[in-house]
Every structure is written in C-alpha cells, then in structure tokens.
Design a protein around this ligand. Structure first.
Ligand code: SF4
Length: 262
C-alpha cells in the first residue's frame, strides 16, 4: 500500500486554504502509518475542532470528529475499550492546549498508548484568528491587535513534564524528519506527542508580515535549532535565543503506560 491509499479521494477537494501547512503534516503522518503496515480496520483517527481536526474526514478508516478540546478524552475511551486498536489523534494548538489543556496533561500523566500529532499554527485559524496559548510574544491576532504580551506554552516541555513517553518537534519544512518522528511515536508504547509547527497564511501569516507562504516556511526553517546544537550551546553557557524552536527528538523513555496491548 502507499500512503495515498489511506485517503478518501471522494472527499476531495479539501477545505484547507491555498498554502496551508496542514496537508504536509497529514501526508507525513499517513506515510508513517503506512510504513507500520497497519490494517485500516484496526486504525482509528480522532480529532477535536479546528482546521487540523478536519483531517480524519479525509482518511479511509473509522474516525471520530469530536467536540472542541475533547479529542483526547474520546481517544482515551476508544483505546481503553479496545487496546487492539491503533489510535492516532490530530489536533491543533488551540484545541489541545487551551480548551483541551486539562485533557492533554492528564493523557500525558496517564501515559496512555496514543499518538498525538499537533499542527501548531500558533493561532485559532478556523474561528477567526484569535490568539492561542502558543501565539508568540509580539505577534498579531484578532484578539491581540497590538501584539501578544503573554508567554506562550512550550507544548513539548509540557508533554515531557506531564509524563509522555515520546516527544518530538519539527516543522512543515522538515518533512522527512517529521515522518520519521511520527513513525517512532507510533512504535513507542505509551503517550507519544509530535508537534509540527505549520504555516497558516490566512489567519497568522497575513497578520504577521509573511507576505508569501514560502516566507513563513523559510522563517520556520531558520528559526529551528537542532536539539543536539541546543545542548552544545547550553554546555558552553550560551544563551538560547527566545525566538528559536528546538527541534528533534526531545524525550524518549519507557515509563509504565496505560492501554498497551498485553
Ligand atoms: Fe490552514 Fe490557516 Fe486556512 Fe486553517 S485558516 S486552513 S490553518 S491556512
């Protein structure tokens, strides 16, 4: 099979805006799922609400498109009811870290055997461009018209601190690295969290001086700092610039997990 066999071709064209990064993340995820050799009838995709959460509607398996912020609660129910199923969750920064923030930390704490792919566009895209918990300081949104003054969540540090077994961050520029990271997440028992920073030309890009889609992808590329380089900089006592995103495999461990097939 190829990853294309996982798509519902009859649902195309999709709803995503031209230049949206979400399609790249869905492709990478399905390529990793395809490499696992899983059967469609044993794989289920779960999502909440938002642009990212439209993804399961384009995938040829059973899926749950649930209420805002609650994807992890539904996914937990699916996995606990039937540990034989492979459960993959698509979510976004608003869905996961604001409305679903409590579900997120407790799913990590329980270390339940799910793989979560978060398309982090750093804003609420579908509902009008409001600031989210990951909107960077100084960035414009419909609710921060003079620039966001809050400190954003680092979703990967949050997942690690709360107990997830696997945590990785890449961007829509790093397609091969992202595909590999999702595959490792799928293979790792327990809670796996993969954050993918994505360009969102409609809600974020046009408000924040990214005139072209490629400008934003280039920004993500040059503001990515490999974990190994970050570690060397820390050892040397160097300061990590605030506007850099640490990318790579950030956490891999084997804490006891829930929902793992005996
Ligand atoms: Fe993609 Fe942003 Fe459009 Fe949503 S609003 S589909 S995230 S570009």
């Amino acid at each position: 099979m190829s990853y294309e066999d996982w798509f519902r071709q009859d649902r195309l064209p999709h709803i995503y805006c031209a230049g949206c990064g979400n399609g790249t993340i869905i492709n990478c995820t399905l390529a990793a799922v395809d490499e696992m050799g899983w059967k469609k009838e044993e794989t289920i995709f779960v999502s909440g609400i938002g642009c990212s959460s439209r993804a399961p509607g384009y995938i040829l398996t059973d899926s749950l498109h649930t209420t805002h912020g609650r994807a992890l609660a539904f996914a937990t129910g699916v996995k606990m009811a039937n540990p034989d199923l492979h459960v993959v969750v698509f979510t976004g920064d608003g869905d996961l870290a604001a409305i679903g923030g409590n579900h997120f930390i407790h799913a990590c704490r329980r270390n339940i055997d799910l793989t979560v792919v978060c398309m982090n566009n750093q804003i609420y895209g579908m509902t009008g461009g409001q600031g989210s918990p990951t909107t960077p300081k100084g960035c414009l949104s419909s609710t921060t018209p003079y620039g966001c003054t809050e400190i954003p969540f680092d979703l990967c540090e949050l997942a690690t601190a709360a107990g997830a077994n696997y945590v990785s961050r890449w961007t829509s520029y790093h397609v091969k690295e992202l595909e590999k990271a999702v595959k490792v997440g799928l293979e790792t028992p327990g809670f796996s969290f993969i954050e993918a920073l994505v360009q969102c030309p409609t809600a974020f890009g046009r408000r924040n001086k990214f005139r072209q889609v490629t400008d934003h992808v280039e920004y993500l590329k040059v503001h990515s700092l490999l974990k190994a380089k970050r570690d060397r900089m820390l050892e040397a006592g160097e300061k990590i610039p605030e506007d850099m995103y640490v990318v790579g495999e950030l956490t891999k461990r084997s804490r006891p997990a829930m929902g793992v097939k005996p």
